[in-house]
Design a protein around this ligand. Structure first.
Ligand SMILES: NC(=O)c1ccc[n+]([C@@H]2O[C@H](COP(=O)([O-])OP(=O)(O)OC[C@H]3O[C@@H](n4cnc5c(N)ncnc54)[C@H](OP(=O)(O)O)[C@@H]3O)[C@@H](O)[C@H]2O)c1
Length: 285
């Protein structure tokens, strides 16, 4: 396989559709070996077949994990470590908005578990492998929804009057706080960590059957005016592959450019506290 990413191993979550699938396809076209993570075997297999066909790159593997389950994340990490002697890029992308509150098998509110704790746990379990593969990159998909977010340390489980958008904004702010704290901890290792807003993109986002019909249809209609998944994938692909961001870490990007982080993301005390709480919630201490 030829291309500027030939020989690189890229792990990407949420590769079964949307922005993740589009990014996986583009990176496959550039010759990378893609390890696509999906929770549903049928959707995962279809995505992998599509990516192989459209890229002409047969180097696309599928691993299954439901990222709402910490047990599944640990099994996924074990499989990745057993199968891939090097991991050059980890893209944490899988995420969702859930207007109805639900709780994972670990007893954690689903939005916080999937959108934030899964990034945190999978990254930490793969960190030594990323370090031994340096120069390596971690790319965390956040959102401009983070701008309205605050971290409610008193109620991370969203027990008190749950609000789906608030939970989503909080989780996307957590993505940036986590990325920045990770970047500080990774200084000098040759592993970088950056976060991004992909743009407003027409994907499966918000269309889960758990969400009310008005939201699903509202998003469908609004989708006519949104970016296509290939466009939404641009900044993921840029951060995963561009020589321009070699060595750059702890930054937030949109449209292939560094952008201002939400003010709430710049508080290092909050970032450290979130790290400690997340470590406790995932049994990493
Ligand atoms: N679309 C936008 O306008 C927009 C804007 C800002 C940020 N983002 C961010 O972009 C990322 C990708 O979203 P998208 O727009 O591409 O949405 P999408 O089309 O709904 O794709 C989300 C992906 O995440 C996976 N996923 C969700 N829950 C999972 C779980 N418990 N375990 C494993 N995988 C799970 C989905 O798998 P299934 O196929 O199994 O459902 C799917 O592959 C998210 O982090 C989102 O916050 C999107």
């Amino acid at each position: 396989v030829t291309g500027d990413m030939a020989g690189k191993v890229i792990v990407i979550t949420g590769a079964s559709r949307g922005i993740g699938k589009a990014a996986a396809l583009e990176l496959a076209k550039r010759g990378a070996k893609i390890v696509a993570v999906a929770r549903d075997r049928a959707r995962g297999e279809t995505a992998v077949a599509d990516i192989k066909a459209a890229s002409g790159n047969q180097n696309v593997d599928l691993l299954l994990a439901d990222l709402s389950s910490q047990g599944d994340i640990r099994r996924l990490a074990d499989e990745l470590l057993a199968r891939y002697p090097r991991i050059d890029v980890l893209i944490n992308n899988a995420g969702a908005v859930n207007l109805q509150r639900s709780v994972t098998v670990d007893g954690i509110e689903t939005t916080f578990a999937v959108n934030h704790l899964a990034y945190f746990l999978l990254t930490n379990l793969l960190l030594d492998r990323l370090k031994s593969s340096a120069p390596a990159r971690i790319v965390n998909v956040s959102s401009d929804a983070s701008r309205g977010g605050t971290i409610d340390f008193e109620d991370l489980k969203g027990v008190r009057d749950y609000n789906g958008w608030r939970a989503y904004s909080q989780s996307k702010l957590a993505n940036i706080l986590f990325t920045d704290e990770l970047a500080r901890r990774l200084q000098g290792t040759g592993v970088t960590a950056n976060s991004l807003h992909p743009g407003t993109v027409a994907t499966g986002f918000g269309k889960s059957q758990n969400n009310p019909l008005w939201l699903r249809w509202g998003i469908r209609v609004a989708g006519l005016f949104m970016l296509k998944p290939e466009q939404g994938a641009q900044t993921l692909v840029y951060l995963a592959s561009s020589p321009e961001v070699e060595g750059i870490s702890g930054k937030f990007f949109t449209k292939n450019r560094e952008a201002n982080q939400p003010a709430a993301a710049s508080d290092e005390n909050v970032a450290r506290k979130l790290w400690d709480v997340s470590a406790r919630m995932t049994g990493l201490t």
